[in-house]
Design a protein around this ligand. Structure first.
Ligand code: DC
Length: 215
């Protein structure tokens, strides 16, 4: 199989994937694809339309009618920029729930492959190296301890002016890890041919330097 000029970065919530992927894409002159934002957009649209996440038929119809798009780093649903609505604890939970549904995964997987057709992509998510782009040239799995990820997440949330306790975040992170890694389709796991990087004791710069040296 021909290897694609794509870098995949998978890993659990809060491991620093977005910061690293965005920066890496800029340095390489590649496009950055935030697939978590796509699951969040579907979750947002489902919520907006009063759709029950258990209702597969309604989710399938939603996906058929949905016009998802990007404008730079912003994500659009039917032309509306929804980027500032999708990073809430409610959307953390709902996006993880819709990501278990096969019709949603099929719809987004096809769209992601389409966006990757020309290569030159840094694709970030949970199943980029395992399912969506198994033929990617460079695959990484970025992880960190749940405690470290909870600390980072707390800082992000507080930066937005919201309040949350460390214990609450840790519980949420552990629940989402469990849901994402035990679902039956495309569970969160490291591809056999990827490089695993544990970022618990590394700075963003250290992680990027490691990735660049591997590439
Ligand atoms: O990376 P994130 O936290 O924005 O992702 C939100 C949810 O979407 C996450 O809980 C799992 C799901 N997801 C997925 O199943 N597959 C992907 N490629 C990306 C995200």
């Amino acid at each position: 199989m021909e290897r694609l000029n794509i870098v995949t970065i998978d890993g659990p919530a809060g491991a620093g994937k977005s910061t690293v992927s965005r920066d890496l894409a800029r340095r390489l002159g590649f496009t950055y694809l935030d697939t978590g934002a796509m699951y969040r957009a579907v979750a947002w649209a489902a919520r907006r339309n009063g759709i029950d996440i258990e209702d597969k038929k309604a989710l399938s119809e939603l996906c058929n009618d949905l016009r998802l798009g990007f404008s730079g780093d912003r994500i659009l649903v039917n032309g509306q920029d929804i980027s500032s609505f999708i990073r809430t604890p409610e959307m953390d939970r709902l996006s993880s729930a819709v990501s278990k549904v096969d019709v949603v995964r099929k719809y987004l997987t096809e769209m992601q492959r389409d966006l990757g057709r020309e290569g030159h992509l840094v694709a970030e998510g949970r199943d980029m190296g395992t399912v969506v782009f198994p033929q990617a040239a460079h695959k990484f799995f970025l992880t960190a301890s749940a405690e470290e990820r909870a600390k980072r997440r707390k800082m992000q949330i507080e930066y937005r002016g919201e309040e949350i306790t460390y214990e609450e975040i840790l519980t949420q992170i552990e629940a989402r890890d469990l849901a994402d890694s035990t679902r039956s389709i495309a569970p969160l796991q490291a591809a056999p041919d990827c490089t695993v990087i544990n970022s618990s004791d590394l700075t963003v710069e250290d992680v990027i330097a490691k990735i660049v040296s591997e590439i």
